[in-house]
Design a protein around this ligand. Sequence first.
Ligand SMILES: Nc1ncnc2c1ncn2[C@@H]1O[C@H](COP(=O)(O)OP(=O)(O)O)[C@@H](O)[C@H]1O
Ligand SMILES: [Mg+2]
Length: 289
Amino acid sequence: MSICVEEVSHVYGARTPFEKEALKHVNLTINKGEFIGIIGHTGSGKSTLIQHLNGLLHPTSGKVTVDGVDLAGKTKEVMEKRHSVGMVFQYPEHQLFEETVEKDIAFGPLNQGCDEEEIKKRVKSAMKFVGLDYETFKERSPFRLSGGQQRRVAIAGVVAMHPDFLILDEPSAGLDPIGRREIFSRIQNWFRRGVFSVILVSHNMDDMARLATRLIVMHEGEILLDGDPMDIFLNHREELEFCGVDVPPLTKTLLYLKSRNIPVPERAKTCEEAADGLYRMVGGNIHAD
Ligand SMILES: Nc1ncnc2c1ncn2[C@@H]1O[C@H](COP(=O)(O)OP(=O)(O)O)[C@@H](O)[C@H]1O
Ligand SMILES: [Mg+2]
């Protein structure tokens, strides 16, 4: 299972004074089983790129296929492929529109032709996934919720469609740190169980180091770097600086210590990993304690 982006360019406002080529001949293959992180400065084309992956935007030139099916068409098969790529927008309030939380989350499965019983099952499990109590929230209006709760409803609406690929565009906005950690740990858990692949756009480099199996760096409508996150953070710092993205704070700290000749595990992805590595380097045996 894969999404294939071939020579895709996208021009906004063609033949107007505001004409902008937001994507320039992008080539990219995303396979099932990957957790892809996309980073890049504001305006580099991240949101434009991911909206092509489920056919919300169409290329000005080039094509996007899901399992070989061109998303430019309008057949039933194309719609099914589009539904297999679920997208949580940058601004979830743009995504919500029904009068109750339950109806909002049920909309996708209803459109997919699920029966009533299956819809209810999916709504309940999606609400559990995002940490919203079914009985408390089912009758509430999505427009009267907090930003973080709206974000959860938007994620639940997509998860309820059982997508093969889950795309999240800057999902932490509006979520408190604990809520963020909770939702990311569920997403990572489902990813590891093979329920879906993930494509995550985020400015949070710690999340990227911790979660992504592959990192894509965008710059002015092009893919500048594509590879292992730690290799990119450690070996391409000049390019990252050039396109205005940072390395994770933890990596930065470890590299600083290394530059002061202190032996450190610079590839550590979390503080726990770094602490264990440091302890081992000074001769400690973690399991003996
Ligand atoms: N609807 C639109 N109309 C015109 N220009 C747009 C539109 N959406 C994005 N752009 C422009 O396209 C470029 C890429 O934007 P975007 O894909 O939103 O980048 P990112 O998500 O990386 O911040 C930017 O220059 C932005 O101003
Ligand atoms: Mg964006």
